[in-house]
Design a protein around this ligand. Structure first.
Ligand code: NAD
Length: 480
């Protein structure tokens, strides 16, 4: 069985206590590799390596630093097929999705920030006849990046790329549920000639090695993506240590569907925004709000399409819908379906585990599920389920649609379907979310700020926001 290794000081190494955890293949429900159960000793080793590497990395000529990161982007591109297959096996997502979305995006994350750093400039302010101020944005030093399991390499690179490009050294931890592509990335980093200690990748449990990264006094900034409860714990831990922190957390996103929308275009996108990656994308729309006049038409067409969706082996290219990431997560999702029923919800399709055949028989498959008849304040409509479960609600006018969409503690994203441009602007500006899509979903321009409001997070990633996060501004004021 393959042993995943930590990447410390440029080497692939065993965890300090040689302890390992089982790593499951969700599509088959079986252990297929072992992942290091790292702890604070591994963090200490990674920190020493990162600290030692920092001065040379931050002072390396920018073109040279960026060329190394570009080589890493090239390596991701060259190994696209192998990385996609590894991610499908590790995560349960269809290999076609990993091939079309996750791995290309991981490559463009590296390339985007490698080149962004070349165009990075500092501000200067002139006080007439008195002084010149310039703002020197310096790398912070050693920073921590912690990412979740749903888009393993995509979100991992989304953090480490700006951190490295800005001249920091990184200690990164992928989710213990999906460690494989980060392990493969460490091999590619060695091949790309990344200097030893610049990037260190530690594997293991959140409350153990993750917590040790968060609490390490020498690690000056934490960029975290994951659940809201974990984010709250991290925020409370780092606040008295005065660390910089960026938190990208959960969501319970609304799709607002107006009667004037292009019906067919809306329908096909809504299927995707509901069930892509088995609904395990923080940006999936899990509350579908439909204008009353087209509610029945939408319900009939949507449910027919959802009921026809086929689940399959994540490793087979034709599969469109795979497995959930773990048995525990599958049971959580099934528990929410039972909760929805107890709250008075009517299951229109799905609502159960799918028993697959042959070698998939022990995999974690749940039928795509549509539920109606629930009010906006019930737990099913307020809590993040993070699986293939959506609810339908009706609205009569714009005000009601906005009120429904803004209900609840999350504020990550929303999608508006309408053919009226003015309505799109009007409604978007009333939505309390960090991201709004109009007549599209998951289109991402990497230059734009990304992130949520309310319980969906603080701080922003993407573009200059990410470069800024990973720097410390120092103002120098020179008397004229
Ligand atoms: P999680 O919070 O359980 O874990 C995320 C990461 O944090 C993992 O690497 C985990 O090991 C680590 N971790 C857990 N406890 C920790 C602790 N005490 N200290 C330090 N690290 C710790 O989340 P998850 O289940 O892996 O991911 C799903 C969640 O992520 C969902 O809520 C989803 O909405 C959210 N998410 C948000 C975004 C976004 O951009 N806003 C993107 C993807 C996923």
């Amino acid at each position: 069985m393959e042993k995943i290794l930590n990447y410390i000081a440029g080497n692939l190494v065993e965890p300090s206590h040689s302890a390992y955890l089982d790593n499951y293949e969700p599509g088959r429900g079986k252990v297929y590799s072992w992942v290091p159960d790292s702890d604070e000793h591994d963090v200490e080793m990674a920190f020493s390596a990162a600290k030692k590497a920092f001065s040379a990395w931050k002072n390396m000529p920018l073109e040279q630093r960026c060329a190394i990161l570009q080589r890493l982007a090239d390596k991701i591109g060259e190994n696209k097929a192998a990385l996609a297959l590894a991610e499908a096996k590790d995560n349960g997502k269809p290999v076609s999705l990993a091939l079309q979305v996750d791995i290309p995006r991981a490559e463009s994350n590296m390339r985007f920030f490698a080149t962004a750093a070349l165009h990075w400039s500092s501000e200067s302010h002139i006080m007439e006849n008195e002084a010149i101020n310039y703002t020197h944005r310096k790398p912070i030093g050693v920073v921590g990046c912690i990412s979740p399991w749903n888009l393993p390499l995509y979100l991992f690179t989304w953090k480490i790329a700006p951190a490295l490009a800005a001249g920091n050294c990184v200690i990164a931890k992928p989710s213990e549920l999906t460690p494989m592509t980060a392990f493969l990335l460490s091999k590619l980093a060695i091949e790309a000639g990344l200097p030893a200690g610049v990037l260190n990748i530690l594997h293991g449990l959140g409350p153990k090695v993750g917590d040790a990264i968060v609490k390490h006094p020498g690690i000056k900034a934490i960029s975290f993506t994951g659940g809201t409860a974990t984010g709250a714990y991290i925020a409370s831990t780092v606040a008295p240590m005065f660390k910089k922190v960026s938190l990208e957390l959960g969501g319970k996103n609304a799709n607002l569907i107006f009667a004037d929308a292009d019906f067919n275009e809306m329908l096909s996108h809504t299927l995707r925004s509901s069930f892509a990656n088995q609904g395990q994308i923080c940006l999936c729309g899990s509350r579908i709000l439909v204008e009353s006049s087209i509610y029945d038409q939408f319900k009939e067409a949507f449910v027919a399409k959802v009921a026809a969706m086929q689940l399959g082996d994540p490793l087979v290219e034709s599969t469109k819908m795979g497995a959930l990431v773990s048995e525990a997560h599958m049971n959580k999702v099934l528990g929410y379906i039972e909760l929805a029923k107890s709250e008075g919800g009517r299951v229109l399709c799905g609502g159960h585990r799918v028993q697959m055949e042959g070698e998939l028989a022990n995999g974690y498959y749940v039928a795509p599920t549509v539920i109606e008849g629930l009010g906006p304040h019930c737990r099913t409509n307020m809590e993040e389920i993070f699986g293939p479960v959506v609810t339908l609600q009706k609205f009569d006018n714009e005000e009601e649609a906005i009120e429904l969409a803004n209900t609840g503690s999350y504020g990550l994203s929303a999608t508006i379907w309408t053919s009226q441009l003015q309505r799109a602007h009007r409604v978007a500006s009333e939505l309390h979310t960090g991201i709004v899509w109009v007549n599209c979903w998951l289109l991402r321009d990497l230059r734009t700020p990304f992130g949520g409001v309310k319980s969906s997070g603080v701080g922003r990633e993407g573009g200059w926001e990410a470069m800024r996060f990973f720097t410390e501004p120092q103002n120098v004021c020179i008397k004229l």
